[in-house]
Design a protein around this ligand. Structure first.
Ligand code: CP
Ligand code: NVA
Length: 307
């Protein structure tokens, strides 16, 4: 059976932990100079309809480091740009490659590709979710905090976007407490929140006040105020409503000294985060960025070798 990675809902806690434990082993091996060949003769297809630095390069580097090869297609390079049906694309690509990594707009697009593909489809960001990113973020938190996730309080400050939605799913599955501070009208997806609140062992709460979110928190996450695909809303979003949600020195003063700051990047300094905080000692964004490659290795290995 082909197993896709398109939403964290499709996996239980142990399955999600297994990506992270394998990534930690692969990271150690890479640090020791051990190179794998487990994906020799395997080919990854990457279809990206939105820009990417980290996700693209870390998936490509991961594939090459395990002996595989990559075919990268930007959205405009394929017949999708001339309305070829997704179901046709999925079935054709499945005959050429061993897995597909897709970055696109609607979650319905990856869902449809996965429904018709006979090779694993990996979600590399949609407007709704960014599952691979959250796995590397949680890996980073585990490395830095060295505590069970169930004992941690995690905060989200800013837009209730694809990252926020995925943090909600992660809180539900991994069992940590999550408080999201979002401006009115920019809350996370209501259905995802309701499902998670119903199933979660620990509170998942949306508040208005960012200080309330980071009080007693171990981790605070932030992200851009206007995501890819929201270019038309950029002026309105940057016009002031998000200003109180900037992660800056004054906000961090409301949290514990051990609070760490995560940012999935790209960062817009002076908007959602100050240069001082991004470059400061509490910020682990660069470790996060590195861990994307180790998590992507674990994901590719599992999905390509196990189907
Ligand atoms: N964090 C992340 O997904 O970055 P890219 O958009 O550069 O891939
Ligand atoms: N929320 C951001 C994440 C970028 C990695 C976006 O979708 O643009």
């Amino acid at each position: 059976m082909t197993t896709h990675l398109i939403s964290l809902w499709d996996f239980n806690k142990d399955e999600l932990h297994s990506y992270i434990s394998r990534a930690l082993v692969l990271k150690k091996e890479a640090q020791q100079g051990i190179r794998g060949h487990q994906l020799a003769d395997k080919t990854l297809g990457m279809i990206f309809e939105k820009p990417s630095t980290r996700t693209r390069v870390s998936f490509e580097a991961a594939m090459y480091a395990m002996g595989g090869q990559v075919i990268y297609l930007s959205g405009k390079d394929t017949q999708l740009s001339r309305n070829e049906p997704l179901k046709d694309m999925a079935r054709v690509m499945s005959r050429y490659v061993d897995a597909l990594v897709v970055r696109t707009f609607g979650q319905d697009i990856v869902d449809e590709l996965a429904a018709y593909a006979t090779v694993p489809v990996i979600n590399a960001l949609t407007a709704l979710f960014h599952p691979c990113q959250i796995l590397s973020d949680i890996m980073t938190i585990m490395e830095v905090k060295k505590k069970p996730l169930e004992d941690l309080k995690i905060a989200w400050v800013g837009d209730g976007n694809n990252m926020a939605n995925t943090w909600i799913q992660a809180a539900c599955r991994f069992g940590f407490e999550l408080t999201l501070a979002c401006p009115a009208g920019y809350e996370p997806d209501a259905a995802i929140l309701a499902t998670a609140q119903q199933e979660a062992g620990k509170p998942i709460t949306v508040v208005r006040d960012p200080k309330e979110a980071i009080e007693n928190a171990d981790v605070v996450n932030c992200d851009v105020w206007a995501s890819m695909g929201q270019e038309d809303e950029q002026d309105e979003r940057l016009g002031g409503i998000f200003q109180p949600y900037q992660v800056n020195r004054a906000l961090l003063a409301a949290g514990p000294a051990e609070l760490i700051v995560l940012h999935c990047l790209p960062a817009h300094r002076g908007e959602e985060i100050t240069d001082e905080v991004l470059e400061g000692s509490q910020c682990v964004a660069w470790e996060q960025a590195e861990n994307k490659m180790h998590i992507h290795k674990a994901i590719l290995e599992k999905h390509i070798l196990e189907g």
